[in-house]
Write a protein that binds this ligand. Sequence first.
Ligand code: SAM
Ligand code: SF4
Ligand code: SF4
Length: 376
Amino acid sequence: MTDKSTKIIPLADLRYASRVPTVPARFLAPTGLLGDTLGRPLRDLRISVTDRCNFRCNYCMPSEIFDKNYTFLPQSSLLSFEEISRLAKIFVAHGVEKIRLTGGEPLLRKNLEVLIGMLARLQTPAGKPLDITLTTNGSLLARKARSLKDAGLQRVTVSLDALDDAIFRRMNDVDFPVADVLKGIDAAQQAGLAPLKINMVVKRGTNDDQILPMARHFRHSGAVLRFIEYMDVGATNGWRMDEVLPSSQVIERLRAEFALVAIDPNHSGETAERWHYLDGGGEVGVISSVTHAFCGECNRARLSTEGKLFLCLFASQGHDLRALLRSQHDDEQIAAAIGLIWQARSDRYSELRAGLPPDASPASAAKRVEMSYIGG
Ligand code: SAM
Ligand code: SF4
Ligand code: SF4
């Protein structure tokens, strides 16, 4: 057995780690007012629609692990669109107001527009439409922006780690040209998928020299650029603290060139710290997942491609909602089970890590699920 295969086997086993939720004997209908053990509401649901991707970003799906021998989920494991929208409706009854489709690369999921159409018809208990968005690497956006918008998608976040073509090709590790992502961004803006956000994961020594070129490019463009600290998510990316460039340093570099003023969060639970260019160039932001834990307001749940509910990006165990969906439980029973799960939630990984030495981790990295499996 080679070193490579010994790495793959535990991952394949562990990503299925989950328990079948308890359905209480007596249950109350959802009120939209659920709170977890730290009083945090449930507002944001991230749904991974595929574990596959056409990129191999080293910080997410390193090609030496996600190679041709890697076993992705079979089609039969995936939640169908009907199953996803049934669950989404239950989550909305529990208070979810925002749904983000993610992956893997969500635009690889066939007929995604059909799912978007189904989700767009859902309403909050107060009769408001949901905020529906999607995170994509942008590779298929030029082709799909219009049909996504027509299906009911409101906005989109495009991940883009460099403007320099050589750096970008190296980071996506499949030699994908940056020009094609930029075309996708243009198409999204033309289709009215707004406000468009651009996420750049910053790795010190890999793409931090792209911070200023990216800022210059997206100022005055209508798009909101956000710099994200490289996170120790998953168990395969070989994360090291010295490759994290703290957001405070990103802001320092921006301030050396641009006049910025801090602005308030859009809503409680927002992960980004936001700034305006004083000359009217628009908004820029940072997400300091490593250096500034924001667990205290974390209102996000994540649904994996095969229907496992994760309560934290760094969780090692999910709750198998698909088992409930496929065993004749009705919506009231599933809602009650989800209510119990959220009420028992105590996850606050980043806060715990903040109290430890820089390279230490509060949980075994070997047990954590991959970002490409539960979505960003
Ligand atoms: N494939 C899509 C994309 O790249 O936008 C959606 C899925 S991807 C897992 C979602 C987001 O997670 C992307 O913005 C990506 O840059 C981010 N991400 C992945 N691994 C990360 C890491 N180790 N640290 C910080 N962000 C990461
Ligand atoms: Fe694919 Fe997105 Fe992960 Fe990059 S970050 S490998 S594009 S899922
Ligand atoms: Fe939320 Fe977990 Fe991230 Fe904390 S570490 S903000 S609980 S996802």
